[in-house]
Design a binder for this molecule. Structure first.
Ligand code: SAM
Length: 310
């Protein structure tokens, strides 16, 4: 089977597959084309791997625009059938896409035919040594970014891995569930904030980019999505004496969402309430305050004080 890629009409999303003198034109973001092609390849969507592939031709180009230019090395997580990968490939210096599902190997070899600057690595993003991957494959790129339509079952662990490993990455542009996006992009100290808001804010500035309805995917998930971008900070907005303990404190503040921060921290960190009350008093925090009202400065100061007593 020979594949010829044409870079014109709907450019990067159209693949021409030549098979025994027959030409199959495959538009990667066309529902029927991709459905038929994947079926022919014997591919079955796996819900547990968050496999909802993009079939709205306008989304991948917009995401790629935010992430790639000719000097950029892009890490993509979960290329699926390659619709976003091709958009990234046409704009970036290099693309390394990490895919867990070996059943996509043959498919990606066809749909990414001609994408000479692109490599697919098969493995689990959560187990991938990204420092080594970057130094082995992207060291000649001026800047590194991450771009992905994330598998939703691992949204938070993937984002936290990318942020906490101190990678030489400038920005992370990802599609996540709308609800997760609202939480991530909320103001720290506002009603919508959660532990993830503060944790992400420590490393980056989160910005909501655009809405993507569930009808834009095959198969359609139950929820809508949102594309967000995280611009990595050069330094955290607050200083803490123990970063690990800071994240423990943040999680503790939000563990019991309907309870006061005092109750929540007490059960999460096993600190006696009278001792906690003293710390709250010293800091001028009300006993009835909830975690979502805490600013980054309050969380940092609280973490440093609690560290001394646990
Ligand atoms: N990028 C494609 C698109 O937009 O159409 C597919 C996105 S789909 C939401 C998520 C992709 O992530 C799937 O291809 C899935 O197999 C892959 N995936 C799931 N878990 C993964 C993991 N732990 N490591 C790497 N890839 C994973």
């Amino acid at each position: 089977m020979m594949v010829l890629i044409k870079q014109n009409f709907l450019e990067r999303q159209t693949v021409y597959i030549y098979n025994s003198f027959k030409v199959m034109i495959l538009e990667l973001s066309n529902r029927n084309d991709i459905k038929g092609f994947l079926e022919k390849q014997g591919f079955v969507f796996k819900k547990k791997l968050g496999q909802n592939f993009l079939i709205d031709g306008t989304v991948a180009p917009r995401m790629a625009e935010f992430s790639a230019d000719e000097n950029t090395g892009v890490i993509e997580i979960g290329p699926g059938a390659g619709v976003l990968t091709r958009e990234l490939s046409s704009r970036a210096k290099k693309v390394v896409a990490i895919e867990i599902d070996e059943n996509l190997r043959e498919i990606l070899s066809k749909t990414l035919e001609g994408c000479a600057n692109t490599e697919v690595v098969f493995g689990d993003i959560l187990k991938t040594d990204l420092h080594t991957l970057i130094s082995d494959k992207l060291s000649d790129c001026e800047r590194i970014t991450v771009c992905a339509n994330l598998p939703y079952y691992i949204t938070s662990p993937v984002i936290m891995k990318l942020l906490r490993e101190n990678l030489p990455v400038e920005s992370i542009t990802v599609m996540v569930q709308k609800e997760a996006a609202d939480r991530i992009c909320a103001e720290v100290g506002s009603r919508n904030a959660g532990a993830i808001t503060a944790a992400i804010n420590y490393f980056s500035k989160a910005k909501s980019l655009f809405f993507v309805p569930k009808s834009s995917f095959l198969p359609a998930p139950k929820v809508d999505s949102q594309v967000i971008t995280l611009e990595i900070r050069k330094a955290p907005p607050v200083t803490v004496s123990d970063e690990e303990f800071f994240f423990k404190t943040v999680n503790a503040c939000f563990l019991l969402r309907r309870k006061t921060a005092l109750n929540s921290i007490s059960s999460a960190l096993g600190i006696e309430k009278p001792q906690l009350r003293t710390v709250f008093e010293e800091m001028g925090i009300s006993e009835t305050a909830r975690g979502e009202t805490f600013s980054m400065e309050t969380l940092a100061c609280l973490s440093d004080k609690l560290r001394e007593i646990v």
